[in-house]
Design a protein around this ligand. Structure first.
Ligand code: FES
Ligand code: FE
Length: 459
């Protein structure tokens, strides 16, 4: 009977308990069973190009210094002093050969090794009392990179990052590898919204359905060449590995014509042709689908769009890419990190205009961003109420009551990408994302015994 079903069972049949979007106990489970295990995006190597460059990024309450050491190796140090636990680095980004703790002055090289310990002799009797040998800022339990994207997992036994991303790698390349040089990032802009973190991740993964309603005004002011909102139903949604996203269907044309149609200059088109696989090119050139928004489970999202940046000619569309994370602060607050991304080999003029296009649409001043957040704050508020706590939301768009699909998945001759894809509206990806979420929350994770990592030697 349905009364014995757990919330995870409900989610697996596409019924979503509304309270999961604003509940302290759910958040505690997310902290323990999800964010302590999954791979989480913290930055990109282009943010720290020189030796000593660093950024400080968080995973919930844990702070990490992501730094390029003197040898050029990228490291993630737990930002906590070995002495009394002070946060060692308090700046958000910079360049440093050493980090010195503000409390008692212990200092560390940028590769993490301790170098200075004031009054070592007088206070500890030198090495006999506290051996500096081998003492270093704790490394993040797990560090992985893909296309220059830097991820941390708090689980030392996590599967490899590549395995975790799985076939979503195919789609990641559209956002992060348009040429062999990959992307460079600007930002991030960072701000907080009073909304649950899952809502943004779900929206970017698959919510083509909200565009015609939520973003009507953006379309009405003429930011797009075509009546884009209505076009959403012709696009598709795909899910592969641990991520999924949405596309727009482009007008008939060759690969080159379609890439030019969204605003890429010829030299960038040539580099894409030389960089992407035949299947990656076929998604655009043969099948006519252009990558739009996407999410990698749990909380990283992407967007690719091509608004007009100048009044006038229809040719003045400019594509931009944004990468973002939805960092949970609590069950009803999220810190949004929004980066602008662009092909490192793109012409400087393109980079400048693409950045302008990004700022117009996304980021703290972006028109889409503001439309979206209004909904998400409201949804989070509503989810807290006592009526809402008893309600299941129907997230079965794309499935008939008897369980059969509204439309069949696209075959390999219709869509060259891996995973499963459907044309038109459907909450396929929101369900995929929440199924992953249910899998994590349902299986208890005890975490690592950090006593094994105790520091400075024991007596
Ligand atoms: Fe860092 Fe004492 S807490 S030096
Ligand atoms: Fe939106």
């Amino acid at each position: 009977s349905t009364s014995s079903m757990t919330i995870y069972d409900e989610i697996r049949r596409g019924m979503i308990p509304a309270y999961i979007y604003n509940d302290a106990e759910i958040f505690a489970r997310e902290r323990k069973n999800l964010f302590s295990r999954a791979w989480l995006f913290v930055g990109h190597e282009s943010e720290i190009p020189q030796a000593g460059d660093y950024v400080v990024r968080r995973i919930l309450d844990d702070s990490f210094i992501i730094v390029r050491d003197e040898k050029g190796e990228i490291r993630a140090h737990f930002n906590m002093c070995l002495h009394r636990g002070m946060q060692v680095c308090r700046a958000e980004m910079g360049n440093a050969s050493h980090f010195r703790c503000p409390y008692h002055g212990w200092s560390y090289r940028n590769d993490g090794r301790i170098v200075g310990l004031p009054f070592h002799e007088e206070a500890y009797g030198g090495e006999a009392g506290f051996s500096r040998k081998g003492a270093r800022l704790l490394p993040a339990p797990n560090l992985g990179m893909y296309n220059g994207l830097i991820f941390i997992s708090m689980d030392p036994d996590a599967p490899s990052l590549e395995d975790y991303i799985g076939d979503f790698k195919f789609y990641l390349d559209y956002y992060t590898r348009q040429s062999p040089s990959g992307i460079e990032l600007r930002g991030p802009q960072r701000w907080r919204v009073k909304a649950n973190w899952k809502i943004g991740a779900e929206n970017f993964a698959g919510d083509m359905y909200h565009t015609p309603q939520t973003h009507t005004s953006v379309v009405e002011i003429g930011l797009f060449r075509e009546p884009k909102a209505e076009k959403r139903k012709d696009g598709n949604t795909y899910w592969a590995g641990n991520g999924g996203g949405t596309t727009y269907k482009l007008p008939p044309g060759t690969l080159e014509e379609r890439l030019r149609y969204v605003g890429y200059p010829d030299e960038m088109v040539e580099r894409m042709k030389a960089t992407w696989s035949q299947e990656q090119l076929d998604v655009i050139g043969r099948d006519g689908f252009m990558i739009s928004a996407a999410s990698l489970f749990p909380n990283m999202s992407f967007v690719h769009n091509w608004p007009k940046v100048e009044e006038g000619s229809d040719e003045d569309v400019l594509p931009f890419i944004s990468i973002r994370t939805w960092l949970p602060i609590s069950e009803d607050e999220t810190e949004v990190y929004s980066w602008f991304a662009v092909d490192a080999e793109a012409p400087e003029e393109f980079k400048a205009l693409s950045y302008k296009a990004y700022l117009m649409c996304f980021g703290s001043t972006g028109m889409f961003e503001q439309d979206d957040v209004e909904n998400w704050v409201s949804l989070t508020n509503t989810a807290k109420g006592s009526m809402a706590r008893r309600l299941l939301l129907n997230s079965r768009m794309g499935i008939l009551k008897d369980g059969s699909p509204v439309v069949e998945p696209l075959g390999p001759d219709q869509f060259a990408g891996p995973g499963v894809a459907h044309v038109g509206y459907g909450e396929y990806n929101q369900r995929h994302l929440l199924h992953r979420w249910a899998d994590y929350l349902e299986s208890e994770y005890e975490g690592v015994d950090f006593r094994a990592l105790s520091i400075g030697g024991e007596p």
